[in-house]
Design a protein around this ligand. Structure first.
Ligand SMILES: Cc1cc2nc3c(=O)[nH]c(=O)nc-3n(C[C@H](O)[C@H](O)[C@H](O)COP(=O)(O)O)c2cc1C
Length: 231
């Protein structure tokens, strides 16, 4: 392939990827999932340590996990007993991050008809995370606890590779931090040991083209605004 065609194709796939929050039931063959993971694993990692470990849930195994997660999430006395595996977000939000976070939240709520202050409906929308937004495949990612911050950099590259490889195959994804609050439940269902730390989960499937939540268009700050050419 000529250089320009390749650039166009790679850029198109990267730009086309977006988080999907309503999937079709259409199942995915294990070989397709393994193929995507093999490509993703070409991600670089410091000293080539490849710190990723992946658990794929479909069918009954996925449904059993969903049921317990929803049961706990919907019962404050149960969910109060759970704590996140790690802190993903700052305790105190400052600008410009606060506004960006609010914008994506309110844009999503607007698309699904949730008005400001409708906290029960917001709770229900968040609960869809635990149904993996209807995706036929739920993927759980772990890292050995002994690994340090550097390996989390490697992990991000692996995850992005996965999402791009899926997109190139006509499949969509939604990375999820929502489940790290309930990592002990996930560990029990998936069967990973206390020596592994949950990084996040990801939904994989075909996007529902009729779902309003999939119409969300997130913005990005232009490179000129966050880049300094030092001379
Ligand atoms: C590590 C990670 C965790 C995320 N967790 C969630 C989540 O729990 N639920 C959700 O709906 N979206 C989640 N997102 C999706 C982000 O909201 C989304 O990436 C962001 O708004 C940019 O939109 P885009 O992915 O469509 O480009 C997560 C994204 C990342 C990278």
């Amino acid at each position: 392939m000529m250089g320009n065609d390749l650039k166009t194709l790679v850029d198109q796939v990267i730009v086309a990827r977006k988080s999907i929050r309503a999937f079709l039931e259409t199942s995915i063959e294990p070989d397709v999932i393994l193929d995507i993971l093999d490509v993703a694993a070409r991600a670089p990692s410091g000293s080539n340590v490849q710190p990723w470990k992946v658990y794929v849930l479909q069918g009954d195994a996925k449904d059993r996990l969903s049921e317990e997660l929803k049961d706990v999430f919907n019962d404050p006395s149960k969910s109060a007993l759970h704590h996140p595996e790690y802190t993903y977000y700052p305790n105190t939000w400052v600008e410009p991050f606060l506004s960006r976070r609010r914008k994506v939240g309110f844009d999503l709520y607007k698309l699904v008809g949730i008005a400001r202050g409708e906290s029960q409906k917001m709770h229900e929308q968040h609960a869809k995370n635990f149904d993996f937004f209807g995706a036929p495949v739920a993927i759980i990612f772990t890292i050995p606890r002994i690994m340090e911050l550097g390996s989390w950099l490697d992990y991000g590259m692996f995850l992005q590779n996965m999402m791009i490889a899926a997109q190139a195959r006509g499949l969509q994804t939604c990375p999820q931090a929502a489940l790290i609050n309930f990592h002990q439940i996930v560990a029990k269902h998936v069967g990973f040991s206390s020596e592994e730390q949950m990084v996040c989960s990801m939904c994989l499937g075909y996007e529902d083209p009729l779902a309003p939540e999939n119409l969300i268009e997130t913005e990005r700050v232009r490179a000129r605004e966050f880049t300094t050419f030092v001379s």
